[in-house]
Write a protein of this length. Structure first.
Length: 310
């Protein structure tokens, strides 16, 4: 008769269980570290060598801000100010964001002598989602300033030492108003972005804004995508090569004036792996001029977080 196997000591079983728990804990910790490591590195992109704005030693900027004599150009920041009109409903909230961003931009405009136009509720067209009213606001203000700088309500100036003049000069390469492009944009993963851009006072800009407003087939209710960005992308994509070259300029670095925060999601990880250059050019890093909370649902928390840091 075969002898029964001797049961293992309880102490041995406890040690095996402890080793398994420690292994699982180590794996969980590793996943957390790997998940947050990209965010930490990307937040330090500028200190790791990325250049959104050319350094002061760039030969084109040695004599800035007076490369061409003449009167100073008139700038105005245009943005949406009405909280109720900007609320898109559902999970995405602007509550408390607009008042904070308005104070932020008011201080920046005052420091640099720029105009500030905050679009009130009365200026929002009730027949379209609020973001479409940027076209009406820009059209109305274009005659009063040389350059208009539109930025969505969910944006903050994070480096007020950088001027709008400096941004335009760095991307255009000169400060000759008459020879400048009419529309200066940035691109993200979806193409040109309608949340932050410059537009110059000109007949071409007036016609372009009118044409943009007339893209009624793109108007969309009941979604976080109201259609104004899709309409802008459609117009840009259908410009002739000659018109594009003469009137539109897309900045090589999105982070020049339209940086997005990097948040750990499956989509952001996929983009980081397969579209690293685009992520690198557009991710928000310490020292960037402006942060844009595009596509983020919890905008109030992020607004308070960034304001607390700057």
């Amino acid at each position: 008769m075969a002898a029964r196997p001797r049961p293992r000591p309880r102490r041995f079983a406890d040690h095996r269980l402890l080793r398994r728990l420690l292994l699982l804990l180590s794996l969980a910790l590793l996943l957390v570290l790997l998940g947050h490591l990209p965010a930490l590195l990307l937040r330090r992109a500028n200190s790791l060598g990325r250049r959104c704005l050319p350094a002061a030693t760039d030969r084109r900027l040695l004599f800035f801000p007076r490369p061409v004599p003449g009167p100073r150009l008139s700038f105005a920041i245009v943005t949406l100010a009405d909280e109720d009109a900007s609320a898109s409903g559902g999970r995405r909230s602007f509550r408390g964001v607009l008042a904070a961003s308005a104070r932020n931009k008011r201080a920046y405009a005052a420091a640099h002598g720029y105009g500030l136009v905050s679009l009130p509720a009365s200026a929002v067209d009730p027949g379209r989602p609020p973001s479409w009213s940027k076209v009406l606001a820009l059209r109305a203000q274009l005659r009063h300033h040389d350059w208009l700088f539109w930025n969505d309500a969910d944006t903050l100036v994070t480096n007020p030492e950088i001027s709008l003049d400096q941004i335009l000069f760095s991307v255009i390469g000169h400060s000759d108003f008459d020879e400048s492009p009419d529309l200066v944009l940035t691109e993200d993963f979806g193409g040109v972005n309608a949340g932050v851009f410059f537009i110059r006072r000109s007949k071409w800009s007036e016609r372009f804004l009118d044409t943009w407003w007339n893209q009624t087939s793109f108007v969309h209710f009941g979604s976080t995508r109201s259609g104004d960005n899709a309409a802008l992308k459609h117009l840009i994509d259908h410009l002739s090569a000659e018109e594009m070259k003469a009137h539109v300029l897309i900045a090589k670095m999105q982070c020049l004036f339209n940086s997005y925060p990097w948040i750990l999601t499956w989509k952001s990880v996929h983009r980081l792996i397969f579209h690293l250059p685009t992520t690198w050019k557009g991710v928000y890093s310490d020292g960037d001029f402006m942060i844009h909370f595009a596509g983020i649902d919890d905008k109030p928390s992020w607004t308070n977080k960034i304001l607390g840091e700057i």
